[in-house]
Design a protein around this ligand. Structure first.
Ligand code: B12
Ligand code: SF4
Ligand code: SF4
Length: 402
């Protein structure tokens, strides 16, 4: 079996004398094994290959999801729906897709983070360097190696383009989409990041994985905000991951208690999956958990200004929310904490420049110290002009719904 690019016979590299892209089907097991070895050497934990098409049912399900507005603020999902439905719609010349998975399993159970109400629970994918940055570089390296092996044009994607990564990964056989809609792997449980390489070369496709959920419904039942409308169907607008990361406005009252101390993402439906008994600890050192993102004390988060937020979370997924939304989330966690030591930190935010922050400071203060809230209320109403913030001081549950 060839072990390096130089050992691969030239004719297998699939280039014509002019170096044009290959259209020769690559059905060679040894060559596929070589690509897999390269992927492993670069730090990927799973690699499978599929054709660059998608069953119509996938695009139809996306349309049904969008028709109900379930994308919420994620307008980019709707704007790119036509290209998202199938790899060929995104890139008509694509023939095969090499789907990659990187394991980010941790030794600890993420549900442990929910036990200490004085700390903000950060989803385990976000407690480290941004996986987009880590995976993209490796995808580019692997794409270059594949191109050298078999020719063809290549493009790499990790959550950065309109690609439906989970249905693609399931079709390639990396795992199956569980009832929580995420990809579950028999080897790594819930904890795989996904990425893909599209190529104009045609490579023999692997077999899809079948669904192994059976009668289980643990993920559906555990969801704190009832985001699943049916098995395999999610209403993203109800998901804490969406609310804490993607949602730009105020978080509606109905979700606040259920959020508990989750301030960035949520791992509950992933963590309860029985297939995690096969999970392993991730081996990518660049994805090691960073101490400054490992469930920080809420008091620290409530003190952040823009500059200190940026400095602390540079290079991590958390930078996505910006300071105001992150502090908004932390104020909800503070309001849920029952921790009186947080009162001064919350009170310090009642005249913050951001209405998102002021509104949740008012809400949290009422929960933590109703007497102080009552005392401050009329003075705040004298100066507060934002209708949503006023509604929080007035405890007017009907006014603030978005
Ligand atoms: C948008 C998005 C979100 C949204 C929406 C979630 C979702 N399930 O769609 C929000 C912000 C909520 C989110 C949250 C999370 N995300 Co996200 N997200 C994405 C993104 C960018 C697109 C997913 C997408 O296409 N959604 C649209 C729906 C319709 O498609 P689908 O999820 O594949 O669902 C299929 C079926 O289940 C069914 N379906 C689903 N809902 C409905 C509704 C109706 C009415 C119908 C008829 C059908 C239907 O149809 C779909 C097609 O077959 C992908 C990256 C990518 N480019 O693929 C990452 C991605 C899915 N996210 C990822 C992760 C890690 C997460 C979180 C775990 C992060 C966290 N810990 O907080 C959570 C998990 C929440 C959950 N249970 O899904 C990983 C998942 C890896 C894996 N192993 O599966 C991805 C692949 C990113 C990556 N490159 O690794 N995410
Ligand atoms: S991530 Fe959390 S809130 Fe979102 S669907 Fe899963 S359990 Fe529900
Ligand atoms: S928890 Fe159960 S239903 Fe949900 S994905 Fe895992 S096996 Fe499937």
């Amino acid at each position: 079996m060839p072990t390096s690019i130089s050992e691969v016979p030239a004719q297998r590299k699939g280039r014509t004398a002019q170096g044009a892209a290959s259209v020769v089907p690559v059905m060679d097991r040894a060559l596929k094994d070589l690509i897999a070895q390269r992927a492993t050497a670069l730090g990927f934990d799973a690699m499978r290959i599929t054709s660059a098409d998608m069953p119509d049912s996938v695009g139809a399900a996306l349309d049904a999801f969008l028709a109900e507005g379930r994308e919420g603020d994620m307008a980019w999902l709707k704007d790119t729906a036509m290209r998202r439905g199938s790899p060929k719609a995104l890139w008509p010349d694509a023939r095969s897709v090499i789907v990659l998975g990187m394991n980010y399993g941790d030794a600890r159970d993420p549900l442990e983070s929910l036990k200490d109400a004085s700390r903000g629970a950060i989803s385990i994918y976000a407690k480290r360097a941004d996986y987009h940055d880590v995976i993209k570089g490796k995808l580019k390296q692997l794409a270059g190696q594949i191109q050298a092996l078999i020719g063809g044009e290549v493009k790499v994607f990790v959550d950065t383009a309109p690609v439906m990564e989970k249905p693609l990964a399931a079709k390639a056989g990396i795992g199956w989409q569980g009832k929580h809609t995420n990809l579950v792997s028999r080897d790594f449980g819930s904890w795989l990041f996904l990425g893909s390489i599209f190529t104009t070369a045609e490579i023999e496709a692997d077999e899809p994985e079948i669904d192994h959920c059976g009668a289980c419904r643990r993920c559906l039942d555990v969801c704190p905000t009832k985001a699943f409308t049916a098995p395999y169907e999610i209403d993203a607008r109800r998901c804490i991951s969406y609310l804490t990361i993607e949602h730009k406005g105020h978080i509606a009252r109905e979700f606040r208690s259920a959020m508990g101390n989750r301030i960035y993402g949520c791992d509950d439906c992933l963590a309860v999956c029985p297939w995690n008994k096969f999970a392993q600890i991730g081996r990518e050192t660049r994805l090691a958990i960073r101490p400054d993102t490992d469930d920080p004390p809420l008091a620290e988060i409530l003190r952040l200004d823009d500059a200190s937020f940026r400095a602390r979370f540079r290079g991590t997924p958390i930078k996505r929310t910006g300071r105001d939304r992150f502090v908004r989330n932390a104020l909800i966690a503070a309001g849920n904490s029952g921790d009186p030591s947080l009162v001064p930190h919350v009170e310090a935010l009642i005249d913050d420049v951001s209405p998102l922050v002021r509104a949740m400071a008012a809400w949290a203060l009422r929960r933590l110290d109703p007497e102080l809230s009552e005392t401050l209320c009329s003075a705040r109403l004298d100066v507060e002009t934002d209708a949503n913030v006023r509604a929080e001081w007035l405890d007017d549950g009907g006014a603030l719904t978005t």
